[in-house]
Each structure stands twice: as C-alpha cells, then as structure tokens.
Design a protein around this ligand. Structure first.
Ligand SMILES: NC(=O)c1ccc[n+]([C@@H]2O[C@H](COP(=O)([O-])OP(=O)(O)OC[C@H]3O[C@@H](n4cnc5c(N)ncnc54)[C@H](OP(=O)(O)O)[C@@H]3O)[C@@H](O)[C@H]2O)c1
Length: 322
C-alpha cells in the first residue's frame, strides 16, 4: 500500500508555454488492475517534453488531457503497489518505464501510475538514477536499429546525433549487434564522449565532412543510417548510402531528407512492449553500458530543465526526486 495520499508534482492546467508549469501538491494516482504505482527516483527530461506541454501529443493522438496534467514521459523508481492482474512486477522492484499522456499523469512527480507493460525491471548493470533517462531513448534506439533498419552483424551504419539522448545508446546497441559504427557526434566534447562508447570511427558533424568520412569508412557505400538530427548532415548521410541502403528516423526529427532513388527512408516511433524491453535489457546486460545524464535538476526546477533543452549537452537531462 502507498503510504501517502498526496505528492509533489509539476503539472499544467492548460497546454502552453513554459510559464504554465507549476510545482504543486496533487493526489497520488490510484492503480487499476493492469497498472503499477512507482515511487519516482529520476524523471527523464526529453527534447519532446515541450511538445507534450504545448499539446502536440494530445492533438496528434486525439487524446483529451485530464488537467491538471502531470508532465514527464519517462523515468525510473521503485514499485510501491501493483494492480491485481500484474504478473511481471512486484512491490519493491526497481523499474523504468514510459508514460505518454496518461490521464493519471507522468513522471514529473513523486509517484506515477503506469501500465505494467510499459515498464520493465532495470538492467542489473544500471543504477536507478541512470535508468531514469533510459526508457524512451533506449526503446527508440533499439526499435530504429532492430525493427526498422533490421541491422545485421557485419553491416556498416552511420549514427547521426551520436552524442545525444537516443544516439549514445544507439551507438552501444549497434556495437552489441556487431555492426560497424560510424558515429557523427556534436562538438569536441561529443566526439571524445562517443569515442569512449566503442564506435569504430567518430567525427564531429558540425565541423567535419560527413560524405568524405562515410566514403573512407565504407567504400561501396553505407548499409544503413539512423538519423537523430535532420538538415544538411542528414542529407549527407543519405547520400552516403549504398544502392539498396536504408535510413530511419524517429518522428520528431526536423528537416528530414528527401528520399533518393535506390534507397529506403523510413520514419518510426519507439513503441514500448515487454519483448522490446526484454531485448534492450539483454543487450545492456551484455557488458558495461553508459546511460549518460548531462545535468540533473530538482523537481521544482522542471521549467529550468526544459529551458536547458535548448543548450548543447551530451546524453540527457533529468529531474531527481530523492
Ligand atoms: N518518435 C519517437 O518515438 C521518438 C522518441 C525519441 C526521440 N524522438 C526524436 O528523435 C530525435 C532525437 O532525440 P534525442 O532525445 O536523441 O535528442 P537529442 O538528445 O537532442 O539528440 C540529437 C543530437 O543531434 C545532435 N546534432 C544535431 N545536428 C548535428 C550534426 N550536424 N552533427 C552531429 N550531431 C548533431 C545534437 O547536438 P547539438 O544540439 O549540440 O547540435 C544532439 O546531440 C528528436 O527529434 C526527438 O524528438 C522521437
């Protein structure tokens, strides 16, 4: 049983700008049969969180928000209570998960209720803190490499945005899938960071020639590209694909390249389900794995954290609740 009836949270009373975000006390949500109540340790602050705050997801998915709406789409913590039908998780388990536009609210709170299928045990190798920024980015990285690109051992792949939230996980997962990885990172700090993640070659996409680097890396052209940023760099990545090559980008990437003859460009969404979480955990537990938090903020400073999404940083931002 939960031991509190109210909780600290950051919520909005209507969709809009950053000024709508307010710390307040709200009732702890109740669990239904297929849900778990999580005492939140860490909440991810995703580049898509402002889109949630502005009502973008509600519009896109035709959802009606239940105001006050608690923000925050992913995070990690400890299971406090489980619904009657939940088999895979129990009280006290360390879990991470995804909570997109739930009427019961998201992760910017001391407690959140999520569907048990949208959560999983934290991989043994990770702390609860670091797992707090894993769920959306990890599922999106794996769905891109595995379900969408169907990356195979020995193939060459360019990962654009390799020092970002999804990208730094995708680099490590692609290496675990035994691909050859050309990582295109941001800035000198991004390049240094990604070199430590085991990429075969790392370049700075803001300063170096992507086409030239790709040609040196795979002379017959690249087999695949995962695009976590758009614009000219993404165009160059697509231009570097071999005949029959394929590129994928998660919806949300801006200025995506036009398709060209002989290659396939696919958009996708990261979709949580027990099989994807199981595969992600298995790959992560295959050796040391870095889930990087650039900076943490207190729950009450969630608006400042969303503001900081506009800065250059490596990995992901997070709110810490404990
Ligand atoms: N549909 C879905 O299911 C889903 C799920 C998750 C994410 N997404 C989308 O996927 C995208 C990536 O998400 P994320 O969390 O990884 O965001 P992120 O952390 O901002 O990562 C993007 C990275 O690309 C870098 N970058 C931009 N231009 C570059 C260039 N020319 N060369 C090298 N690096 C470059 C950025 O660095 P600088 O800012 O320093 O340039 C940043 O590190 C976002 O658009 C997000 O909305 C979609």
């Amino acid at each position: 049983m939960k031991n509190k009836s109210t909780m600290r949270a950051v919520a909005i009373d209507e969709f809009g700008g950053i000024e709508k975000m307010k710390p307040r006390d709200l009732p702890v949500p109740e669990v239904a049969n297929d849900e778990i109540l999580v005492r939140v340790d860490t909440a991810g602050v995703g580049v898509w969180d402002p889109f949630e705050r502005e009502g973008g997801f509600a519009k896109e998915y035709g959802m009606k928000a239940n105001f006050p709406h608690v923000l925050g789409t992913d995070g990690a913590g400890t299971v406090e209570e489980v619904g009657n039908e939940v088999q895979n998780l129990k009280r006290g388990d360390r879990v991470y998960g995804i909570n997109l536009m739930s009427p019961k609210g998201g992760f910017y709170a001391e407690y959140t209720v999520i569907k048990a299928n949208n959560a999983a045990m934290i991989p043994r190798a990770l702390s609860t803190r670091n797992a707090g920024v894993l769920a959306v980015d990890g599922v999106t990285a794996l769905d891109g490499l595995d379900k969408t690109l169907q990356l195979k051992a020995g193939e060459s792949i360019l990962i654009l945005g390799a020092s970002g939230g999804v990208g730094h996980l995708a680099v490590q997962l692609a290496k675990r899938m035994k691909a050859r990885v050309l990582a295109v990172a941001s800035g000198r700090d991004g390049v240094e960071f990604v070199k430590g993640l085991g990429a075969d070659k790392v370049i700075d996409g803001h300063r170096e020639d992507i086409l030239k680097a790709a040609h040196e890396f795979a002379q017959k052209g690249l087999d695949a590209a995962l695009l976590l940023a758009g614009g000219k760099a993404a165009e160059q990545a697509v231009a570097a694909l071999r005949e029959g090559g394929r590129a994928a980008y998660p919806n949300g990437v801006q200025d995506v390249p036009q398709t060209r003859d002989g290659v396939k460009i696919m958009s996708y969404n990261g979709e949580p389900d027990p099989q994807t979480f199981a595969k992600l955990n298995e790959l992560i537990d295959g050796g040391p794995f870095e889930v990087h938090i650039a900076k943490t903020f207190k729950l009450e400073d969630a608006a400042e954290a969303q503001q900081a999404l506009n800065d250059h940083y490596i990995g992901k931002l997070a709110l810490v609740l404990s």
